[in-house]
Design a protein around this ligand. Sequence first.
Ligand code: HEC
Ligand code: HEC
Length: 370
Amino acid sequence: MKIINKWTVLLSFLSSGILTTSAYAQNDALEKISPPRKLTEEQSKVAADNYQKYCSLCHGKDRQGHENDHAPSLRSKSLMESGVAHQILRPMSYGRKGTAMGGYLDEVGGPMTLDETWDLTYWLFEQAGYDRLKFSTNPVKGDIKEGEKTYLANCTECHGANGEGVTAPALGNQSALAHNTDEFIRHAIRNGRQETPMLPFKDKLSATEIDNITAFLRSKALGWKEQKTILKALPKPEEYIVNPTGDDPNFTLTEDKYVSSEDLLAALQANNRMVLIDTRVTSVWQNAHIEGSIPFPYYKDVDINKTVAGIPKDVQIVAYCSCPRAAADYTISKLAKLGYTRTAVLYEGIFGWMKKGFPVMRGDIEGVND
Ligand code: HEC
Ligand code: HEC
């Protein structure tokens, strides 16, 4: 009886969210929470199809991650037990600004309805097959300065000196920090992400060191607020060609397909006739794109005959994405099958283009006038 009481007290202690560092260090066992609703067969099928169509390009056919752009695994135990629903739903819906992860919810210009994003979240959870853990939403307390030192000594090779992400997620990303709780971040550091290059640190660093890093990462959140882009009407086929009466550009391509940012800028400045296709998810075209480009998302197994209607075969097509090249390469190969061979891919992608200070059109943000 006594023992049961002790556990009941401990459990209510854990679930009340008052969790001190030492309690956590000694009790790694977090309470489980009930699984979310089960999908119907039909919902599962739609979610599986949506996954292949929209996500597999980067996150891999089997959700293993790291297919392109170092997109993380969407089946690791530590993520799936700590992430459902919101840590999955939010990046999927709104994306992570400044990374290759765009938003897929229709509200921001993406291809999926709200129900579809929820179903895909639960589908990922069901496929992974782990329990959900209950996390405290309290901040993790730690020494930010010490955390920075430990971060610099252990994490920069993959996550970057400024948390910008090199071969791993951007830990200083404002949209990620806005939804990832401290406990979620600490759980990832302690346990790593199974079957990925992110190894567990719980045996390498002390509990205090991990708390310090968590506090350091949290200190990078600058109060990011979700910004709502006002959706623009998509260009019509008669608007597809930039400079329809201009001369054709004459690009020197590397590896037979890549054009440099400098050459593309020069062609635009010379008013050359081209079609620029933005192969990212349409929501990020809404946020910012190269002027004159048309949204032409990479989605797999989609009939692009309709999308290309209105693009003549002799015009120079330039494709770009943020990846910097995966989605554009894929789209160009689909176009080649339809007989479009005068194609090029922007080598540096749109982030490389922007880093060089080259111009982009930005979407209007609600409530912001500048
Ligand atoms: C060898 C490369 C490497 C090192 C070193 C490394 N990480 Fe990672 N980390 C990764 C990769 C890759 C992922 C994404 C894994 C996945 O899910 O596919 C990741 C994921 C994470 C995540 C989860 C992010 C999210 O949004 O889900 C956190 C938090 C994290 N790392 C923190 C750290 C910290 C803190 C350190 C240093 C103590 C560190 N990592 C060191 C490669 C690394
Ligand atoms: C163009 C490549 C690309 C595509 C396509 C893509 N993602 Fe991502 N995704 C990424 C990258 C890169 C990240 C990591 C961004 C960061 O935080 O630095 C990411 C992060 C995520 C995360 C956060 C995971 C974590 O560990 O915190 C989720 C969830 C996610 N993506 C789901 C999806 C889903 C679902 C789809 C399809 C609807 C999708 N993604 C399509 C590249 C992509």
